[in-house]
Structures are given as structure tokens and as C-alpha cells.
Ligand binder design. Structure first.
Ligand code: BGC
Length: 416
């Protein structure tokens, strides 16, 4: 100490004052991860955040697909009290940015951790606002999956279908035996989830892209869309009488318990099987729905423009933890999805996850890697809402396929 210069002492004292004054990281996170599997997954982030010295205020708003959470978010932002972070996806990230609600403060962390090098370009683009990161991605969910109960399939002597005709034949057989072929929850986002998987299989990758990415009116209202609605009508006949309003995880439980044979759902359904200790290939089966494409859905946390060093520090810490390799592994093992980072070893992941990663790779090289419209990745909210309304109306009425396709094109046109 005696030999130390006054400047050196001043520097040390300055540093410790700065440390003492440094804000404690705080976040208030609004999300809808409340099912068994979802809650296990978000807990990984909560634990990491707390272990790093942060304070986490949890704001869960129940409701699969996030409609209720998005309504809550709007109310919060309108009243001038946004959360620090929201589980947000796709073009709505840029929509909120255009409203002036999001911050690009985490871009510095993204540079430090070199996110551009570890995220696929297509995913990174979704996370950026005017070229800077405003959201941090946790995963890639695949939508176009069948989940099935192997014992039920064996009882009926049916195999995992690879075409929609095969599915219909299997479903007819199951139904004749008194087994519910399709576990479904009649909520509009679930109808849309099934619909986009059917559209991908029946129309193919180019059709899907034309209809749901380019919003091409001929594709939306044409003959192929009529066939898609015909298949939706078939599926309507394969659900049980109590499907209306059922939550998606209860539909998953029907497959788990052998009350139904199949569910068509994104791989958060696998999070439910995992949470229940079930093993793929033994207790349940996963297989892509017919087609050669891959419908992706990336969950991410978008950062709101909030005041206060504690919150800004909290956003930076959250962003840093989300892109951590170990977090991406542990979180996704619970969530049912695969890591957004391309360099995470999948050795501990199951067959379904490895299949997802493999198919994603193949699809990205053959034009089949397509954004899910039902989960907010393909288009703006107004158009996605317009399509979903028609899909749900068709599913719950006797509207003809031709009328539904015509209304679909009209609804999108009117929403532009
Ligand atoms: C989200 C998933 C979530 C699912 C059901 C999807 O839109 O991307 O993370 O588990 O909705 O709530």
C-alpha cells in the first residue's frame, strides 16, 4: 500500500464504488409457459438468472399459443408499463419495434458472444430490429408432427402414416374400433396448427410458401386450398365430441393415456411426454406429418424499452444466459424443441429432437424450411388472424371447402 501511487489508490476506490453502485439485474418476464413441460423449461432460465444474482419476477398468462398473453402485453404497453421481456416471435418483433416499444440494447451482448456466428441466418434475421438484435432466441420448435400412442396403433394394426390418405384409412379403422383417432383441442390456434401441417402435406413446399409467406391470392383461394379444407373436414370427423375448447396439453394427455391414437401438434407436446417420464419409441411415437417440408417456430424473448439500470442490466444478463450453450441444451431437453444455436451437441437429445435437427438441415438446403403461420412466424398478425378465423369457422360449421378457400383469400385481401 505504502508504495502505491495516489492515482492507483483512486482507481481502486473508484472501481469499488462503481461496483457497489452497479444495479442489481431485474427482469419481469411475461410469457405463457404454464403447462407441465413448459413450466419445467422456463424454470431452467429462472434458476440460471437467480444463480447469476438476478431478481426474476414471473408474469405467466396461461393459454396455449399465447393469445391471452399477447392481449395482456398490449394492455401493459398501452398503460405505459411494459414488462422487461416478452416471449415473442416472428414479424411481431419488428411490428413492436416499429411502434417504438422495443430496445436494441442487447446488441452489444450479441456482438460480444458473436451470435451471428452461432445462429442460423434465418433465425438471426427474425431477432433483429433494423440490423440490431432486439430479441434472444431460445429454441426451434417444429410444428408438423404426429404424436401417437404405439399400443393403440398396434391394437388397431395401423402404422404411422406417411400420406394423408394413409392417415384417413388408419383413422377409419381406429374409429370403427371405438377409438378416437385424433386428440384435438378446439381452440382457434390449435385448428390453425393442424391446418398448416395439412396444407404443407397436401400442397407441398412451394404451395405453402406461396399461400402463407407470399400471400398469393391464387394459392390462398385456389383448387389446392379446396383440397386442404377437404382434409380438414375429414379430420373434424375424427375428433371426439368434447374437443371444443380443450387445452392442447389435455389432448396430449389423451394420446399418453391411450384415449386417442394421434395428436397433430408442435414439439412442445414432447415436453409433456418428457415431464411425465415417457420415452419416445416406447411410450409414444413421433413422426413428421406427410410432406417434405419443415415448419419452424422460434421462441424468443424480445426486450422492451424500459427505464432503470437494474432492468437494462437484467435484459443484458437474460440475453447472455439465453445464448449460453449449456442453457440451450438443458432448456430444450425440457421444452421438446432443439437449440437455436447450431453448435450444441445433441448427444443427450432423443430421437425426435435429432430427427428434427436432421430434417431442418435437409429442408434448409432444398427450400423446405418454412415459417409457421399459426405460430406467428410467417406474416403479420392481421393476416394470420384473418386466416385463422376462416379455418376455425370452417372446422366448426358445415361451410364447404370451396367457400372456405374463397373466404380465405377474401379475408387476407381485406386485412392487407
Ligand atoms: C410456443 C410454444 C408453446 C406453445 C403452446 C407456441 O406458440 O411457441 O413455446 O409451448 O405455443 O403454448
Amino acid at each position: 500500500m505504502r508504495n502505491m501511487s495516489l492515482t492507483a489508490i483512486a482507481v481502486i476506490v473508484g472501481v469499488s464504488f462503481a461496483t457497489a453502485a452497479k444495479a442489481e439485474p431485474q427482469v419481469e418476464v411475461l410469457h405463457w409457459w404454464t403447462s407441465g413441460g413448459e413450466a419445467r423449461a422456463i424454470q431452467v432460465l429462472v434458476d440460471d438468472f437467480k444463480a447469476a444474482g438476478g431478481t426474476w419476477t414471473d408474469m405467466p398468462v396461461a393459454g396455449g399459443g399465447g393469445d391471452a398473453a399477447r392481449t395482456a402485453l398490449k394492455a401493459r404497453v398501452l398503460s405505459g408499463n411494459p414488462p422487461t421481456a416478452f416471449q415473442m416471435k416472428g414479424p411481431s418483433i419488428q411490428e413492436w419495434y416499429e411502434e417504438g416499444a422495443l430496445s436494441t440494447g442487447i446488441d452489444a451482448i450479441a456482438k460480444e458472444q458473436n451470435w451471428d456466428a452461432v445462429l442460423p441466418a434465418q433465425i438471426a434475421d427474425h431477432m433483429k430490429c433494423e440490423g440490431k438484435y432486439c430479441a434472444a432466441p431460445v429454441n426451434v420448435h417444429r410444428i408438423d408432427w404426429f404424436w401417437a400412442n404405439p399400443a393403440v396403433l398396434a391394437k388397431a394394426g395401423v402404422a404411422m402414416p406417411t400420406t394423408w390418405d394413409q392417415f384417413n384409412a388408419a383413422a377409419d379403422k381406429l374409429q370403427a374400433m371405438g377409438i378416437t383417432p385424433l386428440a384435438h383441442g378446439g381452440q382457434s390456434w390449435q385448428d390453425a396448427t393442424v391446418f398448416e401441417a395439412v396444407a404443407l402435406g397436401i400442397g407441398g413446399n412451394d404451395f405453402y410458401r406461396k399461400a402463407f409467406v407470399d400471400l398469393d391470392m391464387d394459392a390462398l383461394g385456389g383448387a389446392t386450398m379446396v383440397k386442404v379444407f377437404d382434409q380438414m373436414r375429414k379430420l373434424r370427423g375424427y375428433v371426439d365430441p368434447n374437443f371444443s375448447g380443450r387445452d392442447w396439453n389435455l389432448a396430449t394427455a389423451m394420446v399418453m393415456n391411450g384415449e386417442a391414437a394421434f395428436q397433430i401438434m408442435g414439439d412442445w407436446a414432447k415436453g409433456e411426454f418428457t415431464a411425465a417420464g415417457k420415452v419416445p419409441g416406447k411410450d409414444y411415437l413421433c413422426a413428421p406429418t406427410p410432406g417434405s417440408g419443415y415448419l419452424y417456430n422460434v421462441d424468443s424473448f424480445a426486450m422492451f424499452d424500459v427505464k432503470g439500470d437494474d432492468k437494462v442490466t437484467g435484459q443484458n444478463l437474460l440475453a447472455k444466459l439465453i445464448l449460453d450453450k449449456k442453457f440451450q441444451k438443458v432448456f430444450n431437453l425440457a421444452k421438446g424443441s432443439i437449440p437455436a444455436r447450431i453448435d450444441v451437441d445433441l448427444g443427450e437429445f432423443d430421437y425426435c429432437a435429432r430427427r428434427s435437427a436432421y430434417d431442418m438441415n435437409v429442408a434448409s438446403s432444398n427450400g423446405g424450411l418454412l415459417p409457421s403461420f399459426a405460430h406467428g412466424m410467417a406474416m403479420r398478425n392481421a393476416q394470420a388472424g384473418a386466416i385463422t378465423d376462416v379455418v376455425t369457422r370452417h372446422f366448426n360449421s358445415d361451410l364447404s371447402s370451396a367457400d372456405a378457400a374463397r373466404l380465405l383469400a377474401e379475408a387476407v385481401q381485406n386485412s392487407l
